[in-house]
Design a protein. Structure first.
Length: 443
């Protein structure tokens, strides 16, 4: 009879490496035991609990206006994936393009009833007819996604009235007609609008106007106690008009990291349908995507873009977004900058060298505090000439004390002395400067 021995070797993986552990086991090439060990620092990939999953009603009809277009086709499958059994497509024509035919076939294979209603939503009579026909042929309507769009770009001064109306009509009259004629007891009423309405877009004044109308209609519906949601989409890759036309579009480098993919689009639509983003957070009436933030702008620049998200600097409305995600990046940068400066200051041999170093870092601190570009700071001007208020001055004072080890009063900071002189004052008092350095010019 043989003796049992302890299994060996024992290979220990941290919980953070759980994927590698399972892959190793899957390969079947290992011997011995694989052990997972949890430590306080372990980071475990986990799917967050979905507090508000989509619950579509099997016995309801969901209406997709312009639903045979790019986003509508994707949404039809998405709704079917989440339990929808009856879909009504509103289209101006019954001529079904191959891409739409494919989607209709896929829906049929999954036993989803999908009917096309020829209906121009800008025509209230046609819409009424479609709605009453659905009432006869399909289960009650419980949700609508309005994605009707026509594009006729051109400079405003050259735009014909016809081009103006063709573009605004599906979004303005079309959305209003849906608001008036669709049943009131819907679970959701979602309009697919565009970021162009928020930022403006040269050559698309008609489209922008139509989109801003939809933004306000959503607010109006909510004020009446009705469901109302608008999603202001930026460019989407993988499906929709942008995807189908991107070969012919000149995509600005500013947009590079702002384009969202299919998965992100569906995640947004899930929030629009359920009314919740993550956890128990309710989504606001208007969801905007692709607009960027200070942090994303920075990341885009770091990836080689030559221009900034100009719109973030264009309007005070953007001041929050301009700072969003930026703080942590700025803090890390500032820490690096200060670390380097401290090293250099301890090695100076003259007050002039220290002053030189400090005037640059004061200019940089000032630029960040009042959120302007560093090259807009002139070190021959006083700090006070940049409109610095007492709060910023107090912040700069404590920064001088903490990081430069120099006690400077708010009065000195806001005096009429140029930054060069202020830097000299700081240098002459800074405990970071070696003992032997002559400080005779201290004031
Ligand atoms: N794709 C993107 O990247 C993107 C970005 C920003 C915003 N959006 C918004 O998302 C929505 C959908 O975009 P998409 O990419 O799916 O566009 P799309 O492929 O051009 O689809 C829009 C559809 O609207 C239908 N339509 C136009 N006028 C209509 C009317 N009066 N009545 C009924 N249907 C009408 C058209 O279908 P018929 O010819 O069959 O009637 C067309 O196929 C639009 O509202 C757009 O503003 C999209």
């Amino acid at each position: 009879m043989g003796a049992l021995t302890v299994v060996h070797p024992v290979t220990v993986f941290d919980y953070s490496d759980i994927q590698t552990a399972f892959r190793t086991m899957q390969n079947g090439l290992h011997t011995g035991k694989l052990v997972l060990k949890a430590r306080e620092q372990s980071v475990i990939p986990a799917l967050p609990h979905d507090a508000h999953p989509i619950k579509l009603n099997l016995d309801a009809t969901y209406v997709l206006v312009g639903g045979l277009g790019g986003l509508g086709r994707g949404l039809a499958i998405y709704l079917a994936d989440h339990g929808a059994k009856h879909l009504a497509f509103f289209s101006r024509t019954d001529h079904v393009q191959p891409a739409a035919r494919k989607v209709l076939d896929r829906l049929k294979e999954r036993s989803v009833e999908a009917k096309i209603y020829v209906c121009d939503v800008t025509d209230p009579m046609a819409l009424k007819r479609a709605i009453s026909q659905i009432g006869i042929e399909m289960p009650p309507m419980k949700g609508v996604i309005q994605g009707a769009m026509v594009l006729r770009d051109g400079l405003f001064e050259n735009m014909s009235y016809e081009n103006w109306s063709q573009v605004t009509a599906p979004k303005v009259q079309g959305s209003w007609n849906l608001h008036e004629l669709m049943p009131q007891d819907l679970d959701f009423f979602i309009m697919l609008s565009s970021l162009a309405g928020i930022l403006g877009n040269g050559g698309q004044s008609n489209y922008c106007a139509g989109n801003t109308y939809q933004d306000q209609l959503a607010n109006y519906r909510r004020s009446l106690g009705l469901p109302g949601q608008v999603v202001d989409l930026g460019a989407i890759e993988g499906l929709g008009w942008f995807e189908e036309n991107k070969e012919n579009l000149k995509i600005a480098e500013t947009m590079r990291n702002l384009i969202i993919g299919e998965e992100e689009f569906y995640a947004l639509m899930k929030s629009a349908i359920t009314g919740y983003s993550h956890g128990d957070n309710r989504v606001p009436t208007q969801i905007v995507t692709g607009i960027g933030s200070g942090g994303l702008n920075k990341a885009n620049r770091a990836a080689g873009a030559h221009t900034d998200y100009y719109w973030l600097n264009k309007s005070p409305r953007m001041s929050y977004l301009r700072q969003l995600d930026l703080h942590s990046t700025l803090q890390a940068e500032e820490d690096d900058e200060m670390g380097e400066l401290k090293g250099s200051l301890t090695a100076v041999t003259t007050l002039a060298q220290a002053t030189n170093l400090i005037q640059n870092v004061v200019a940089s601190k000032l630029a960040k505090s009042i959120m302007i570009a560093m090259d807009e700071i002139d070190i021959n001007r006083p700090v006070s000439s940049y409109g610095v208020d007492s709060l910023v001055a107090a912040e700069m004072r404590s920064w001088c004390f903490r990081d430069l080890k120099a006690d400077i009063s708010i009065f000195e900071l806001l005096s009429g002395n140029p930054i060069t002189v202020l830097a000299e004052q700081i240098a002459s008092r800074s405990a970071l400067i070696p003992q032997g350095v002559e400080r005779e010019r201290a004031t």
